[in-house]
Design a binder for this molecule. Sequence first.
Ligand code: ADP
Ligand code: ADP
Length: 221
Amino acid sequence: MLEARGLVKSYGRTRALTGVSLEIAEGEILAITGPSGSGKSTLLHCLAGIIRPESGEVVLDGRRIDTLPETELTGLRRASFGVVFQFGGLVPELTAAENVALPMLFNRHGRQESMNVAADWLARLEVSGCADQRPGELSGGQAQRVAVARALVTGPRVVFADEPTGALDTLGGEQVMSALIGAARAGRTTVVLVTHDNRVAAYADREIALRDGAVLAEAGR
Ligand code: ADP
Ligand code: ADP
């Protein structure tokens, strides 16, 4: 369903990706692992259409997306992708519920409908009590569950998560991962997960290990 073909990306003289190819199936939970600096985030950002590779292709449902004009790519990201970053990336001025409603508003849903759907997602992630609080008032684990709700609220085809538990303790990390994976499985949402933590990678169906910008190994679970 989502495919990388020979992705190359450099930052100055640093080759972050040296020719990475992989295929992700509908509903699959894939972990991209590897040490710091191996190219995990760069690969995730290329797949998610956040950055463009300098060569190679990103293909979604048989259609090349890395060459789409910026406005079309933004529209596709908003309609089809959800993202969770290490530090949540919630808007500090908005309440948790407003943060979760935001992607719905970007997709042109009305304010009331967006707030209702946001409330449902906060309940599913067991953070209803945080609805009217701002991100600065939440614990790390609560904030990441709100971020997961925001990533899933539009019913995306793919959720991209970059070290989603990186800022949490073990228990908080487990809660966020079970919430993310449970919701994704229930909706047959594809998940692409970047992590250097084996306990996080253990939630995936398959693992692809990167070293120095290339695929080192691939293993099913
Ligand atoms: P992680 O290892 O958790 O993926 P990094 O610390 O490698 O995160 O990178 C965090 C962010 O900083 C990423 O958005 C990445 O693109 C950016 N980044 C990483 N290395 C550099 C660098 N040498 N110069 C500028 N930005 C960088
Ligand atoms: P990982 O996520 O595995 O830590 P990254 O994709 O963040 O790896 O980084 C891969 C390589 O590219 C590293 O050497 C990193 O320093 C470099 N890099 C990443 N982002 C940037 C950036 N924005 N500017 C310069 N160098 C970067």
